[in-house]
Design a protein around this ligand. Structure first.
Ligand code: ADP
Length: 819
């Protein structure tokens, strides 16, 4: 400690002069501080420099200047500078053992540390302030220390201690009549009650505080109290009132140039706008807070403002800016708080992250629930559609519809009505009494009753939900049933036409919500499809049944007709058989006697009689042939024809048949050429039936070829079948003619019995006349014989034309041996 008094003789007058000046400046600054800090700073800085500029610095002056500057910087929010000056002041005061301003200096240091978040250091200084104040009997100092400690405990979260210390300070300030500080104590108590969630108490104390502020010229405490009130109302979610207090506070702070207070006001109101999602205002105010905190180097407010601004950008969705401000927040905060602070920050961050995660989880949970609910609905609707399409029975579908509906849209009673002409008919019901009270009801869609609920749905094609049905004029109540409270009618639409309606009723006064109506509509769409399918199915089934019934009837009629025909056919065959057999005996007798007569001398002598007899014999032979043909046909028809197989040479058989027809060929001036038949191998066939086939084909060729035409008989054989439907080893005989040809559609028909029986009158007149009619059995018998031989017979012709004469060819294929 320097001995100031020892210097005094040398610099007595001068010293006194500048020391006085320093003292005066300091005293002036300490007062100006409350009203104009920049002027106060000028004054204290001048005092500080003056005190230092002397050979021996004026320590008390220095200390007091430093004390004032520290307080100024504290108010300015320049905490580190405030601390530098305050700590210097403390050292100087201790050095010169000048304790009077000590409590204020210690208070500034403690406040600085508290604002920086160094609570333990802060508490140490407040405790020292209490001790020093007590030592020098400074009640104000003690009160301020207790008030400060209250604040530290607030920051610490120990509200009981906070309240106790603040109350003590209030008592002291009230006692000594310090309005400013007692107002501040009241404010702090209000704040503590806010933190404890007691809004009523907080507001009461807040008002008491503002009341006391009127006695104070310094607006600082008014601003602080306004902030507290704003926070209380904010906590009560009365953001409008909160903003009103804050706007007033910011205005006052600007006026009084309390930049720390201004920042605080900007921060608070910016954050309120953020919560209200007024992002433009929020980011604007918070940016102002950041700028101001930067300009005043108020680092606590700076990182806090960065943090709020980051949150605002995050809410806005501007993540790049949000990230930038979060980084700023962390960096500045870490520097300010040091190691201890960083640790606390980490914990806080973890807590915050947990909180974010918890919030996000809650959000996802609600989204998930929504999603689940939607999925459940979709699934139920799907199940419903499956259930509805599971059956096509109309009655089952009707009851299914109401059954499934009850799963989706809760109701006490439901009915399904279908449109029949100009009225609705109840076709299914649920929750109604068992009797047919309702089912007998028919609801006419009567234009004369426009209030009618069903008519309204019919016209609008939209669902209709009603509350308090009893009050609705258009409601027609079924006798004896309680009137439902809430009702929902949904149209069943198919191709934009109302086909029916669903009617749902609740007896409790819970109206059908929008959601239920949407679900009911989705359901109705499914139900309408199911209904239409069932109706179509019912129609198709009825139609089928009708069809089946008719087919059965006709089949029966056909069967009867067939049996009748079969009986007739059998009778005819029987008749033919009997007749043929009966005819054979007299023909044989006739032929026998003709034989005898031909040898009679008298006949032989007379050429005339001999000719007559020849005609008789010919006729008898033809008759015999016809009878044989008839018997053959009957055998074929009865599938009784069994060929007797023996080695046969085609050329030989054909030779005989041709020889028997020479006269006819000559008569008709026809040329018949037989070629290559000798090259054919021997085959196994019936030597009596085969000529029948050949004769029938050749006779037809003669009959259907005009005079002067040509007939060619050709033959070939193969070991490998030329076509899939032909036997592998076979001979083929083809008879070509240059006749009238056969119409394509007749090519197969000609092989059926009696296909074309010519004029009966012509029958007797020569079997080989051009187009002479026959009994129409020739080809049918030929095919029967070929079938019996496992051979094939068919005709080919370009067509039927009596002038162009396209000709025909008949193919006969016989397997070499019967296998
Ligand atoms: P039909 O006794 O009428 O000759 P067929 O069974 O022998 O009976 O013949 C059936 C029908 O086939 C004949 O009426 C005739 O119209 C037609 N037909 C048969 N052979 C020939 C042919 N070579 N040229 C044209 N038509 C023929």
């Amino acid at each position: 400690m320097k001995d100031k008094s020892a210097q005094l003789p040398q610099h007595n007058i001068t010293n006194q002069d500048w020391e006085a000046k320093v003292d005066a400046l300091n005293a002036l600054a300490w007062t100006t501080l409350q009203t104009d800090r920049s002027q106060a700073r000028q004054q204290s800085e001048e005092a500080y420099q003056l005190a230092q500029a002397q050979d021996v610095p004026y320590q008390r002056g220095l200390a007091e200047s430093a004390r004032t500057l520290a307080r100024i910087y504290l108010y300015d929010g320049l905490l580190d500078q405030a601390l530098v000056y305050a700590l210097e002041a403390e050292a100087l005061l201790t050095e010169i053992n000048y304790m009077t301003p000590m409590p204020q200096v210690l208070h500034t240091i403690a406040s600085g540390y508290r604002m920086l978040g160094n609570l333990s250091e802060s508490l140490q200084y407040y405790l020292r302030q209490v001790a020093v104040s007590d030592e020098i009997g400074d009640s104000e100092g003690r009160g301020l220390a207790l008030l400060g400690m209250g604040s530290v405990y607030i920051d610490n979260g120990d509200y009981a201690q906070a309240l106790a210390h603040t109350e003590q300070s209030l008592a002291i300030f009230t006692e000594i009549g310090l309005a400013y500080w007692s107002a501040l104590a009241l404010n702090n108590m209000s704040y503590i009650y806010l933190l404890m969630g007691d809004h009523a108490q907080a507001i009461e104390l807040g008002n008491a505080c503002l009341e006391r502020c009127r006695l104070v010229s310094n607006p600082r405490v008014t601003i602080i109290a306004s902030h507290t009130m704003a926070e209380v109302y904010l906590d009560m979610e009365d953001t409008d009132r909160a903003l009103t207090y804050l706007q007033a506070a910011v205005g006052l702070a600007q006026e009084a140039n309390f930049r720390d207070m201004e920042i605080e006001g900007l921060k608070l109101s910016g954050d309120i706008y953020r919560r209200q999602r007024q992002m433009e205002k929020a980011t604007m105010l918070l940016t102002q807070a950041v700028t101001l905190a930067e300009a005043t180097n108020h680092r606590k407010f700076l990182y806090e403002s960065h943090h709020l601004l980051a949150e605002a950008y995050k809410t806005k969705g501007d993540f790049a800016r949000a990230l930038h401000h979060f980084e700023q927040y962390h960096t500045i905060r870490e520097v300010v708080l040091g190691d201890e602070g960083a640790r606390r920050l980490k914990t806080l961050e973890v807590l915050q992250q947990t909180e974010v995660a918890r919030k996000e989880a809650a959000l996802y949970a609600s989204l998930y629930e929504e999603e689940q609910a939607r999925r459940l609905l979709a699934e139920t609707l799907y199940q419903v559609s499956v259930a509805l399409s599971g059956t096509l029975e109309l009655n089952a579908v009707l009851s299914q519809i109401l059954e499934q509906l009850s799963l989706l849209v809760p109701h006490d009673r439901a009915s399904l009505l279908l449109l029949e002409g100009d009225h609705l008919e109840f076709v299914a019901m649920r929750g109604f009494p068992d009797d047919d009270r309702v089912s007998r009801e028919r609801l006419p869609l009567d234009a004369a009753r426009p209030d009618d609920v069903f008519l309204r749905i019919y016209d609008s094609k939209r669902p209709l939900a009603l509350e308090h049905l009893a009050a609705y004029p258009g409601w027609k109540q079924v006798a004896d049933l309680p009137i439902p409270e809430a009702w929902l009618g949904v149209p069943l639409l198919r191709h934009d036409k109302v086909i029916g309606m669903l009617s749902l009723a609740r007896e409790t006064a819970v109206p059908y919500a929008e959601e239920s109506i949407t679900v009911a509509m989705a359901f109705a769409a499914q139900a309408a499809i199911a209904l239409e399918n069932a109706r179509l199915y019912a129609y198709a089934r009825r139609f089928n049944e009708q069809l089946e019934y008719e087919v059965r009837n006709r089949t029966e009629a056909l069967r009867e007709a067939y049996e009748q025909l079969e009986r007739l056919d059998r009778a005819k065959t029987d008749f033919i058989t009997v007749t043929a057999h009966e005819l054979r005996t007299p023909i044989t007798v006739l032929k026998g006697y003709a034989q005898l007569l031909s040898k009679d001398e008298l006949i032989v002598a007379s050429a005339h009689h001999a000719r007559l007899l020849t005609s008789m014999v010919n006729g008898a032979n033809r008759l015999h042939k016809i009878v044989n043909t008839m018997l053959l046909m009957v055998k074929i028809d009865n599938r009784e024809l069994r060929p007797f197989l023996e080695p046969v040479l085609i050329a030989e058989v054909m030779g005989k048949v041709v020889a028997s027809l020479v006269t006819d060929l000559e008569l008709r001036h026809l040329t018949l050429t037989v070629q290559k038949l000798e090259t054919l191998p021997e085959i196994l066939a019936d030597s009596e039936l085969l000529p029948v086939v050949f004769e029938s084909i050749l006779v037809n060729a003669i009959k259907y070829t005009p005079d002067g035409g040509q007939i060619v008989v050709d033959g070939r054989f193969w070991n490998e079948s030329p076509a899939a439907d032909l036997p592998p080893d076979a001979v083929e005989i083809v008879v070509h003619d240059t006749g009238i040809g056969i119409a394509t559609e007749a090519l197969e028909l000609i092989f059926t019995k009696f296909y074309q029986t010519g004029d009966v009158a012509l029958h007797s007149s020569g079997k080989t006349r051009f187009k002479a009619g026959g009994p129409g059995l020739g080809l049918a018998i030929a095919r029967g014989i070929m079938d019996a031989h496992r051979g094939r017979i068919w005709a080919e012709s370009p067509g039927y034309d009596e002038t162009k004469l396209p000709g025909s060819s008949f193919h006969i294929v016989l397997p070499l041996g019967s296998r």
